[in-house]
Write a protein that binds this ligand. Sequence first.
Ligand SMILES: [Zn+2]
Length: 315
Amino acid sequence: MMIGILKKIQKHFNFCSESNMCLHVQYSQIWCSSQAGDFGNENVELVQSIADLNLPKVVILGNHDSWKTQHFSGKRKDGVQRQLECLGEEHVAYKRLDFPTLKLSVVGGRPFSCGGEQIFRRSLLSARYGIQDMDGSADRIYNAALGTPEDHMVILLAHNGPTGLGSNLNDICGKDWVFGGGDHGDPDLAQAISHLKETTKISIRLVVFGHMHKELAYGNGLRKMIVVGADKTIYLNGAIVPRVRRLVAEQGTDNTNFMNNETSVFSPGSRGTMRAFTLVEILEGRVDKIAETWVSVIEDETAIEEEHVLFQRGN
Ligand SMILES: [Zn+2]
């Protein structure tokens, strides 16, 4: 069943977004996908191709998706406007999308986040969403979650994770580009989560995001990609970059090497690609398993090549 699902994923997901989170809800045999943004530097065509996928999905745009558009323009249709029009209600910034058959609701955080204390693209957020500061942004996320059906599991989807998950350079939202690290999480997201936990019975089981790359700057190793809180909320970073890697056939052998580079997949000797997906399996309203999964795609053939289990319920 998983292979069947991954075949479906590979068929459609032929793009280079930095983080794919594929949520697989077993009991209903329906799966949906969430995208934590940074599809390209305002790559409208790519976002359109995702919007065209005929499957349940939710998206939040990242800082790279507002790369050229710093301000709201009422006169000209900019790249941000065109991406938002493609995605429609599936762009969940400051909104909630309910999937009644899955008993699942997805609540979106602040779009275009770049992490840290400052609001990225402040004038854009002000014009489009009426957001002036972090407190206002936290309130909007909080309000989006209110009214979630009682029997629904909630997933928070944001481009960057919340503050409070560590300040070492290899922590899930740790600054890896400065000596000594630091917490680069979104304070508004952290505030909204703690406010929801304090004042409502909404069950936030999973917070998913991207932005902070798994491979640390200056060859400092790899980032922690998952944190399980004391209250069992799971924080998951899906930013495996690059997520598409080239497979190269060695001349005169059947061996296929796994190349860690981003050269063209169409170059001579190319045997296809390996693609990373962070797969979340949800069973009866609970997260059952999370795995970083690498799928080889060679012409029409797909296969699971590697699976690194990040979380297994009961462990
Ligand atoms: Zn980003």
